[in-house]
Design a protein around this ligand. Structure first.
Ligand code: ZN
Ligand code: ZN
Length: 614
């Protein structure tokens, strides 16, 4: 139960703690004909925000609704009405008079008049268009006005027939991109980026733990394996020994915010919520929990390989149980004992991808995976000199607060005009500022490293030139233009850049943006091989939208002996925390501290950069 107030059925918990009070949920079904749960209310607030954006209203107004939506979701209650009555709802961050009146309306009538008005003026299908990469609210507005298109089906038709290309400012290329985007968005319907999926999973697992007959609940599936994109949330719940798992699973299909559910009557249900979140829930008895959690964690290929190995040793996997030759149950208390039964070292969930981990576990040769504490500093950071939000000093302070001994500043080079790339004068001014900061920081053993994120130009040269590049402690090279080059040309461009003796780190090597932009055509293996050869570090860009290199390529990079730089690509102090997800992806890519450039100290990093300059 909720720690602050175990008896009050709607104990209010703000930010991070979620407390659907389960007993009340069940008994309240019969009593309340009309109940507004926080997920539904949050979804409606988000829809209002999206409509406001589509109508081109003041962006602050839309953002206020977005903030309110998040605050309300975090409440995690099945009925908002008592919070309104008691006034407690006023404590939710971001709720103002306008958003509050929407909630009041929802609680009183079950719907929002404001949303209805917006809907009348703007077709709902336009909301789906917002999910198409590259379609801004202004563009959607234009499409709707000029072609009277109201949904994705019509949009697709117009793109195919050439009507879309005739709108001023669109053209055949845009139409083609939109077609691709529509296909892409169909594929990625229930998928979410890791941080979103993780937050959702934690929210849901907390809710499950509130159930009086559930003794333990654990996140499994993609989220537990740190997949960069997760298709829904998978949770395994352990029920009391004399409980009925099927009944418990079914009861969750009736909580607030559920749109549809399948599997009722079995111990595994799939629940789709109104806001697109999908929960796969498996409820089991205590003696099944360890094996059930392991199976639900996957991957399917990994489970299959371990199952075969157990079979070779005369142990059969039957449902969520292990049986020996005589069909007697082999008790399994936790995953460790399961791997022991298969004569394997314990394999961390993030490695369970059938990428050679079983062989390594059998040989007692699994990597000693990177840990957060191995990171000693970071290199890829922007400041307000280019498109960052913070000063050099603020970034340095942020790095100090996170326990690092250096921060590398790498603003955009001149060619990146769209990101306020630095003129020569601005570079020199920044270098001077760093010198004086370093004098100040010397006594605490902290250092700001001078760097730059230099554009790799279309012909493979680095922006600036030798004379200026020589002044930096390290140089990051990246592609920010001409994404459309064909594979061989793009590969050649990057291979040429790797020959530049000033290049230290190749940033976001494939240019992908998860769920919105495919990687550009490039021979990643050839790039990794050469980078390893010429001692240029390849980046694990830890912006959660990028996570580039992908963990699959990190495994390859490690195999080829390349050095990896974990870069937050931080454009603000808070974004330094991208390192957290970066460490998870590094682990998923089998990386150890010895593989990471920024597990070295500042002197080591500068020596690595200097080692290439002759
Ligand atoms: Zn970049
Ligand atoms: Zn950057």
């Amino acid at each position: 139960m909720h720690p602050s107030n175990p008896l009050h059925p709607y104990s209010l918990c703000l930010w991070g703690q979620h407390c659907y009070s389960y007993k009340t949920v069940v008994s309240a079904f019969a009593l309340y004909a009309l109940r507004m749960d926080s997920r539904t209310a949050s979804h409606i607030l988000s829809q209002i925000a999206a409509f406001l954006e589509l109508r081109g209203e003041n962006p602050f107004k839309a953002r206020a609704y977005e903030t309110a939506a998040r605050g309300v979701l975090a409440l995690g209650v099945d009925d908002l009405s008592p919070l309104l009555t008691s006034g407690e709802i006023g404590r939710v961050r971001g709720l103002g008079p306008a958003t509050l009146s929407v909630i009041q309306d929802l609680v009183d009538t079950g719907s929002s008049r404001y949303l209805d008005q917006l809907r009348e003026a703007t077709p709902e299908g336009l909301l789906d268009m917002l999910k198409i990469p590259g379609l801004t609210p202004e563009k959607i507005h234009k499409i709707h006005k000029e072609l009277e298109i109201t949904d994705l089906v019509e949009l697709e038709e117009a793109a195919k027939s050439g009507r879309l290309a005739k709108i001023r400012g669109f053209g055949p290329k845009t139409a083609e991109r939109i077609l691709k985007g529509i296909a892409y968005s169909r594929e990625t319907d229930v998928r979410a980026l890791y941080p979103h999926a993780r937050a959702e999973a934690e929210h849901l697992v907390a809710l499950l733990r509130e159930h009086p007959e559930i003794t333990e609940a654990a996140i499994a599936g993609d989220v537990r394996r740190y997949r960069e994109v997760a298709s829904g949330v998978t949770i395994v719940a352990c029920c009391h020994a004399n409980a009925q798992p099927e009944a418990i699973a079914a009861s969750f299909t009736r909580i607030g915010g559920v749109k549809s559910a399948t599997g009722e009557g079995t111990d595994t249900v799939e629940i789709h919520f109104v806001d697109g979140v999908m929960l796969r829930l498996r409820c089991v008895l205590p003696e099944q929990f360890a094996v059930a959690l392991w199976r639900a964690t996957g991957s399917a290929e990994h489970v299959e390989l371990v199952r075969a190995r157990l079979a070779e040793r005369g142990i059969l996997l039957v449902g969520d149980e292990l049986r020996d030759n005589g069909s007697a149950r082999v008790p399994i208390d936790d995953e460790k004992s399961l791997y022991r039964a298969a004569d394997l070292d314990y394999i961390e969930p993030e490695l369970r991808e059938a990428e050679g981990e079983i062989d390594a576990a059998a040989r007692r040769a699994l990597p000693r995976l990177l840990e957060r504490g191995d990171v000693r500093g970071v290199l890829h950071c922007h400041t307000h000199y280019s498109d960052g939000k913070s000063s050099v000093r603020e970034m340095a302070r942020g790095a100090q607060e996170r326990g690092w001994s250096y921060v590398g500043i790498s603003d955009h080079s001149a060619a990146a005009f769209y990101a306020a790339g630095l003129s020569r004068e601005k570079v020199l001014a920044q270098l001077e500022e760093i010198d004086s900061l370093n004098e100040e920081f010397a006594k605490i053993g902290f250092r700001v490293l001078k760097g730059i994120e230099a554009d790799i130009l279309a012909d493979g040269r680095l922006d600036y030139g030798e004379e200026l590049l020589a002044r930096f402690d390290f140089v990051i090279g990246s592609i920010h233009s001409r994404f459309g080059m064909d594979g061989p040309a793009m590969t050649e461009r990057v291979l040429r850049a790797l020959d530049d003796p000033f290049l230290t780190v190749l940033a976001h090597p494939t240019g992908r943006l998860l769920l919105s932009r495919e990687p550009y055509a490039i021979d990643v293996d050839a790039v990794i091989e050469k980078a390893a050869d010429v001692r240029v570090a390849v980046e694990l860009n830890a912006d959660p939208h990028r996570l580039d290199l992908d963990w699959r390529h990190l495994i390859e990079a490690k195999r080829r002996g390349a050095i990896v730089a974990l870069g937050p690509d931080a454009h603000s102090v808070n974004a330094l925390d991208n390192v957290e997800i970066g460490v998870l992806m590094a682990r998923k890519g089998w990386l150890e501290a010895s593989d990471l450039l920024n597990a070295r100290d500042a002197v080591g990093v500068v020596a690595f950069a200097r080692g290439r300059r002759h």
